[in-house]
Design a protein around this ligand. Structure first.
Ligand SMILES: Cc1ncc(COP(=O)(O)O)c(C=O)c1O
Length: 354
């Protein structure tokens, strides 16, 4: 299978078992005599894939039939658009918590449709921390939007306070990575290419009462209600992408969220402990309570140390470690599929840089 240790932020590492099953299905899907790549999106086999995947999403999130799970296209950014299109009336207001590039972009997309107020922001410190949760939430917000994990900077909300407005969350980079109270949210979504499969698929989970709040007439493709009505096959679905997400969901269920969370904490602790005691590397997020379990960002104190670590990573078949251009340095994305021994290998190499 894969030869490299992969710390990419997304598309990200996939578990070998998932890759193996996906490869088998590309060759031949069950007894259909077809590859999964040729499977009709309105046939019985894809209907089964959809039903099982939606069932597993709700089961893993501990949600009942008050919620609908949808597989959509257009990645995270299309959700940035669909949310205000569907729920932000032209004369209404929504609140956004600005915790990074993606949160900013979500707010900017919303501003096309109504008032998108920034309720709190950590932009001033280039998002190396989370802002204080806003003490006062304006009355009558159509919704409030947060990003639970900030992929580029490596911050993550722990416990999210009880919402005073319908709460919407971008969980693209931490869905299913820990025990979480998903029932707090009126809607949450995730582009699949990090913890949930491959690019080209986005999951949106929506509470049914929100569907009744349509802010404007929309073409069906962009309307959550129409997508729900058509059961995620309004247009030609990404059959393979949804199948890979189903394989991921089965893998998550077989390991259990508690075990996954425990290992995620171990991996993150190993990296942060190494950074906190290093004379060579510096963690980007110093506030420990704000640190992400999924993306660990750091810089080197000297250009020589930076070059040395990059060269050692290359020599040791470690890929995807370069930080995002807006932060620089390094980023280890340690999603669910990244095993502890990969992190141990990285730490060993980091310790050899002087
Ligand atoms: C938290 C978060 N939201 C949204 C996106 C954008 O997703 P997409 O490229 O699928 O539009 C990303 C991409 O990395 C992300 O990390």
């Amino acid at each position: 299978m894969q030869a490299k240790i992969n710390f990419n932020a997304g598309p990200a590492a996939l578990p070998p078992e998932v890759l193996h099953e996906a490869a088998k299905a590309v060759n031949k899907y069950k007894k259909t005599g077809l590859s999964i790549l040729e499977l009709p999106h309105r046939g019985p086999e894809f209907a089964e894939i959809l039903a099982e995947s939606k069932h597993l999403v709700k089961k893993l999130c501990g949600l009942d039939d008050n919620y609908e799970a949808l597989w959509l296209q257009g990645g995270g950014r299309q959700q940035f658009c669909m949310i205000p299109m569907n729920f932000l009336p032209q004369d209404g207001a929504a609140g956004y918590i600005e915790t990074g590039h993606w949160a900013e972009e979500a707010q900017q997309y919303a501003a096309f449709y109504g008032s998108a107020q920034v309720l709190a922001s950590s932009k001033k410190t280039n998002y190396n921390r989370l802002p204080e949760w806003p003490a006062k939430i304006p009355a009558k917000l159509a919704y409030m939007h947060i990003t639970t994990n900030n992929t580029i900077y490596g911050t993550q909300w722990g416990q999210v306070p009880e919402p005073k407005a319908p709460l919407i969350a971008d969980m693209s980079s931490d869905i299913f990575s820990r025990k979480h109270d998903y029932s707090k949210y009126a809607l949450f979504y995730a582009a699949a290419q990090k913890n949930l499969g491959i690019a080209g698929v986005a999951l949106a989970v929506i509470r049914k009462d929100l569907l009744k709040r349509a802010a404007r007439e929309l073409p069906p493709m962009l309307s959550y209600s129409e997508q729900v009505k058509e059961g995620s096959i309004l247009n030609t679905a990404n059959v393979f992408g949804v199948y890979v997400s189903l394989l991921m969901l089965r893998w998550i269920e077989s390991r259990g969220i508690s075990a996954i969370e425990k290992e995620n904490k171990q991996k993150a602790k190993l990296l942060y402990d190494t950074l906190d005691s290093s004379n060579v590397f510096v963690p980007y997020v110093t506030e420990k309570a704000h640190r992400s379990l999924m993306n660990v960002c750091f810089t080197a104190k000297t250009p020589e140390a930076e070059k040395k670590l990059l060269a050692l990573c290359e020599e040791n078949d470690i890929t995807g470690i370069k930080g995002h251009r807006s932060v620089g340095g390094f980023r280890a994305s340690i999603y669910n599929a990244v095993p502890l021994d990969w992190v141990e290998r990285l730490v060993e190499i980091m310790k050899s840089v002087s």
